[in-house]
Write a protein that binds this ligand. Structure first.
Ligand SMILES: [Zn+2]
Length: 374
């Protein structure tokens, strides 16, 4: 018996070593492969009907999943929806979109039925899911002036509908943990400049607002109450500061995946401390992560606060191409590059081709189109 146990343990160890060696030696892509590998950016915001975003996506081998959001710096919801419909009609192969909903009237007798009707009509027009934004938890208040959190029972009717109809929900809840820290303690320049420019969202300045931990607890409570919901945590589920925390979240909620949008520098900050740990995280959770950038093209306006990267006169296509290639170099190759946002050189993770293919394409198709994994 003891002999059998020892043999089983030994076999496990040998298998583990063999698997590690196979992963270490598995083929990887090069920088030059970037344009030729099929990819999907599962988190962008195309807010104008010009063709710049689609043009560069086609040239770089990307499909776009554009997310409508109830964000005051974006065009109105009806305008975002019209742009999404137009771009999808123009190139349904490369352009996909998510709808969203307004919190206006939340708690009134007709909010749930009106919102479901709106979402179903957008789904009929091609939307592949729904976005809920951080205004839930951080901005919207009920009649008693209490903040409305995602686990508020007022969402139950809507969320049961999404569960039953298998309509995915992308949830941007809370903010990066940096948002609760003084500027000089933030880990990345991009967070520092965003919160300096958006003091209304910079929670360090608003100590009367909920803590990071409390917002995460409301979100987790919500996910736990909807175990059949296809749940995508935007921005690494706001756990970007620790791959260990993301791993715990995935282990706890089998129905959850996450996108990488606008949080790559946080991952790079961690891999510069322990590259092997971060690489193993991506390999272990290769079925649970979707590539996303948060690239945002707004109508031309030098003061457009929502443009991402921030508008500085560089054509958007140039910015998008540069951004995408930098992320590719980091995830797909072992090459080093300088990352301004963390003021450091960062060596790429050189993830195996099979892992890159999932993160850049197959996982999103599995999540949003319920297609089988290849
Ligand atoms: Zn976004």
């Amino acid at each position: 018996m003891i002999y059998d146990v020892c043999r089983a343990v030994l076999a496990g160890v040998v298998w583990g070593i063999a698997a590690q060696a196979a992963i270490a030696e598995s083929p990887t892509y090069t920088a030059a492969d970037f344009e030729h590998v099929r990819k999907l950016d599962s988190h962008v915001h195309a807010n104008t009907e010009d063709h710049h975003f689609l043009d560069i996506a086609r040239r770089d081998g990307f499909e776009l999943l554009s997310i409508n959001v109830d964000y005051p710096d974006f065009p109105k919801l009806a305008v975002q929806a019209r742009v999404a419909h137009e771009l999808q009609a123009e190139d349904p192969q490369h352009f996909h979109f998510l709808t969203t909903f307004s919190m206006k009237g939340f708690g009134s007798p007709t909010w749930t039925t009106d919102t479901i009707r709106h979402i179903d009509s957008e789904v009929a027009s091609g939307a592949v899911g729904v976005k809920v934004w951080k205004n839930v938890g951080m901005v919207e208040r009920d009649a008693q002036h209490h903040l409305i959190f995602l686990d508020n029972p007022g969402f139950d009717g809507l969320m049961s509908h999404l569960e039953a109809e298998r309509i995915p929900l992308v949830a941007h809840q809370a903010e990066p943990k940096n948002c609760w820290l003084p500027l000089d303690q933030m880990t990345t320049e991009n967070d520092r400049s965003y919160f300096r420019d958006h003091p209304e969202y910079y929670m360090y300045l608003h100590p009367q607002m909920p803590s990071y931990e409390s917002l995460m607890a409301h979100r987790d409570n919500f996910v736990a109450h909807h175990p059949r919901l296809i749940f995508i945590g935007a921005h690494l589920a706001s756990l970007e500061w620790s791959v260990d925390e993301i791993a715990k979240f995935f282990d706890k909620f089998p129905n959850a995946t996450a996108d990488l949008a606008a949080r790559m520098t946080q991952v790079q900050y961690q891999s510069n401390k322990d590259r092997d740990k971060v690489r193993q995280f991506f390999i272990k959770y290769q079925d649970r992560l979707q590539y996303g950038s948060d690239l945002t093209e707004d109508p031309p306006d030098p003061h457009a606060r929502a443009q991402n990267p921030p508008a500085d006169g560089t054509p958007f296509e140039t910015e998008a191409d540069k951004f995408w290639r930098s992320d590719w170099l980091y995830l797909a190759t072992g090459e080093s590059q300088h990352i301004d946002a963390i003021k450091a050189d960062v060596k790429g993770l050189a993830l195996p081709k099979a892992v890159v293919d999932k993160i850049y394409y197959t996982n999103a198709h599995w999540v949003f189109w319920k297609l089988p994994r290849e």
